[in-house]
Ligand binder design. Structure first.
Ligand code: GCV
Length: 735
């Protein structure tokens, strides 16, 4: 705990060392940069005029209170100021000099309550904050004020972000509150510490040693999340294990919840629908069975005894083999409402996933969730939310937004993004997902005419949802850099920032992330930000351009496999590309599955019309002849070759750009990125060559003159066998 003290002696090296030790924050600066510190590095401000400004504006911290959250916020500010300003900033009881930072709530600080901020604070809700440069008496100070301690913590991180990004403090005036209430990470972590679709090592949760041993990394995890406003974590895989709900595991969950609580992070769990049978000894899991209902109620009571602020359940039911209410002839609403009823007395919620599709249902897979859930709109309990993936298929490099957004006005929908890059090159490929998130959140649904963006559906403003939520499937593991690559950290960061305010631009988020993570050097920013912003489009181009989707090899979802067939039809590549000698693409207009009709007018007409559908979604909605002309003037075949080649070329340009930063970024991180870009370039070419050679067997057209020739014949790619490790299935032979 940091105690209030006088300014005298505050700058002594011993105190500085003690503060660093206590906070475990400063030690990292002594080590090589391995990425562990994420965007919270707090290195000395390198711009000398800014440094002078900051040193004059921030001379002391006045912050009272001993709640766990206030202590965390105070420690963060002190550590941040110390690192960024290169001088220890004293903690004082009162304002004794110009340039104090005064932080707290009106209830906890007489100074704050006397400031007349009540009206502004009235607009920022439970989590929001106000930061202002004001005068108290004659002294200029910076105030961080909030209604609750957690808002003070968020405000503290915001002020530190301003310093980290070298923003001016002149006339400082920030009022900020999240647009979405529940901002969650979903971990697909299993109890054996494997992570489904995880590419950053093992699960962070060391179930074996919990609850006796509580690793310090859990605290670092919570701190990083709080720094971007994430306020909930679903600890376990949606392909759930009922053992999680047994007493020994609940004790472990409680230990984690205790660590996360000061950072404003609630724990949620995945509920296996047939848990009453698997661990409760019941003969059924029928949601209408009174015994089953009683079991869930008692289980919920038990969970709340262990974790009083437990957030609720996430459920994957009747999807990809998971048990669910339909096993008993019941609906998703029956199942979700039973769990909702069990949680109601405690204020918990259910996030019931809409990711359902069945091989038995003979309709286009991308239509199924809509058909299943729209008729249930208005039948869910007040504490049930439906969690919907950003697109109707499955986290592809690009999909149109899910047509459920806007189509369930009486049921709050939770957005589910995938931060872990299952389909976008996993750990190695550099793909900044900010533009993907932005593209979806800013998309027009037209549910209530223009301005009805997906963001406004999930923030509740369009339909007046009382509850709102957004979830990102985490990309975090035990790797030292947390996310498998330095740049994957940016996707965690961008998710959190957009969860707080979905109207932000990916470009601004990339800019602040680069400044905080790598450097404020203009050359680094000017090179890295555009590289990030183009990176996702590069992946779309070399993997699945023009609205193609689901063309990866079976199982690992890493390399190309447009030839994949057999097994469940709707999990094969051929189901999605529909290539034949005439053309390629899935007809989702009236003459095909008519999935376009699930969107609102005028979008549905625009998508269904070959003349108006955007190129980005062309083959998602249309089967197009190989020789049809594109907007570019090229034939479809030539356009496909052009785009996939452009994807490879973009990666080469990224390599070139990164190389120019040698010496401007610490060598360890520079080199890791450089090496990964080499892999990415090889694999982009692997994707391009395999896809084009395969589709050429249908188009029977030559590559346009001057096209780089594929490195191997198609047979080579088809026979390529990846190493057994499905988590890193790189096919070395390709190189
Ligand atoms: C957790 C895709 C992934 C699965 C995942 C599933 C889901 O199918 O490949 O690993 O399972 O989505 O979101 O439930």
């Amino acid at each position: 705990m940091i105690r209030l003290g006088s300014a005298a002696g505050a700058r002594s090296p011993r105190r500085l060392a003690t503060a660093c030790l206590l906070l475990s924050l400063c030690t990292a600066s002594l080590k090589a940069d391995d990425g562990y510190d994420l965007w919270l590095r707090y290195r000395l401000v390198t711009d000398s005029s800014r440094l002078r400004e900051y040193r004059a504006s921030i001379t002391a911290l006045v912050m009272r209170g001993e709640s766990p959250t206030i202590r965390v916020a105070r420690a963060e500010l002190l550590a941040g100021f110390t690192g960024l300003l290169g001088a220890e900033i004293p903690l004082e009881r009162d304002i004794t000099r110009d340039g104090a930072v005064v932080a707290g709530t009106p209830a906890g600080s007489a100074l704050i309550s006397a400031l007349g901020l009540a009206a502004t604070l009235g607009t920022v809700g439970d989590d929001g904050f106000v930061i202002r440069a004001v005068r108290i008496g004659a002294r200029p100070v910076i105030v961080i004020a909030a209604n609750h301690d957690i808002g003070v913590l968020y405000g503290a991180f915001h002020l530190l972000r301003l310093l980290q990004t070298h923003a001016s403090l002149d006339g400082l005036s920030v009022t900020s509150s999240p647009r979405i209430q529940r901002r969650l990470l979903d971990h697909w972590d299993n109890l054996d510490r494997t992570v489904e679709r995880g590419y950053a090592g093992a699960s962070l949760w060391d179930w074996e040693s919990l609850p006796r041993s509580v690793a310090s990394r859990y605290r670092d995890y919570a701190r990083a999340n709080a720094s971007v406003g994430i306020n909930g974590t679903v600890l376990t895989n949606v392909n759930a294990n009922a053992m999680l709900l047994t007493p020994p595991y609940l004790a472990k969950v409680a230990a984690l919840a205790n660590v996360f609580r000061p950072f404003g992070i609630r724990v949620y769990l995945t509920a296996r629908f047939n848990a009453p049978m698997e661990i409760g000894g019941l003969a059924s899991a029928d949601p209408r069975d009174p015994g089953v209902r009683r079991w869930w109620k008692r289980k919920s009571d038990e969970i709340y005894r262990a974790v009083p602020d437990f957030g609720g359940f996430v459920v994957k039911a009747n999807s990809e083999g998971q048990p669910g209410p339909q096993d008993y002839g019941r609906t998703h609403a029956d199942g979700a409402n039973m769990l909702g009823d069990a949680l109601t007395p405690h204020g918990g919620i259910v996030m019931w996933r809409a990711f359902v599709y069945s091989n038995e249902v003979p309709v286009d897979r991308v239509k199924q969730a809509y058909e299943e859930f729209v008729p249930l709109d208005g039948t869910f309990r007040d504490n049930v939310m439906i969690q919907v993936k950003n697109g109707p298929l499955d986290f592809q490099p690009r999909e149109p937004f899910h047509p459920l957004f806007g189509a369930m006005p009486r049921t709050p929908l939770v957005m589910e993004f995938q931060i872990t890059k299952e389909y976008l090159g996993q750990d190695t490929h550099l793909a900044f997902l900010g533009p993907l998130f932005e593209e979806v959140l800013h998309a027009e649904t037209y549910a209530h005419g223009a301005g009805s963006t997906v963001g406004r559906v999930i923030d509740g403003s369009l339909h007046g949802y009382r509850r709102t939520g957004i979830a990102g499937v985490a990309n975090i593991g035990t790797d030292r850099n947390w996310t498998g690559s330095q740049f994957n950290q940016a996707n965690w960061y961008a998710f959190g920032r957009l969860a707080w305010d979905h109207t932000q631009r990916a470009s601004d988020i990339a800019n602040e992330w680069v400044r905080m993570t790598f450097s404020n050097d203009p050359a680094v920013i000017a090179t890295t930000v555009p590289l990030m912003l183009h990176s996702r489009e590069a992946v779309v181009n070399y993997m699945t351009p023009l609205g193609l989707a689901h063309q990866m090899a079976r199982g690992h979802h890493y390399g190309p496999g447009p030839w994949v067939t057999g097994g469940r039809a709707d999990q094969t590549s051929v189901y999605y590309h529909h290539a034949d000698t005439l053309g390629i693409g899935f007809d989702r207009t009236r003459t095909g599955s008519n999935a376009a009709a699930q969107y609102f007018s005028p979008l549905r007409e625009a998508l269904a019309d070959r003349a108006t559908v955007p190129d980005a979604y062309l083959l998602w909605f249309h089967h197009v002849g190989w020789l049809e002309r594109m907007r570019s003037g090229r034939t479809l075949w030539d356009e496909l070759v052009f785009r996939q080649t452009a994807g490879v070329d973009s990666v080469r340009a990224m390599q070139h750009a990164w190389q120019s930063l040698e010496g401007k970024i610490d060598s360890a991180r520079f080199d890791e990125v450089r090496r990964f870009l080499v892999i990415q370039e090889h694999e982009a070419k692997w994707w391009r060559d395999a896809m084009l050679l395969y589709f050429q067997t249908f188009s029977r057209l030559p590559f346009p003159a001057g096209t780089e020739a594929p490195a191997h014949p198609l047979s080579f790619y088809r026979e390529l066998r990846c190493p057994a490790d499905a988590r890193r299935p790189r096919c070395e032979l390709v190189y």
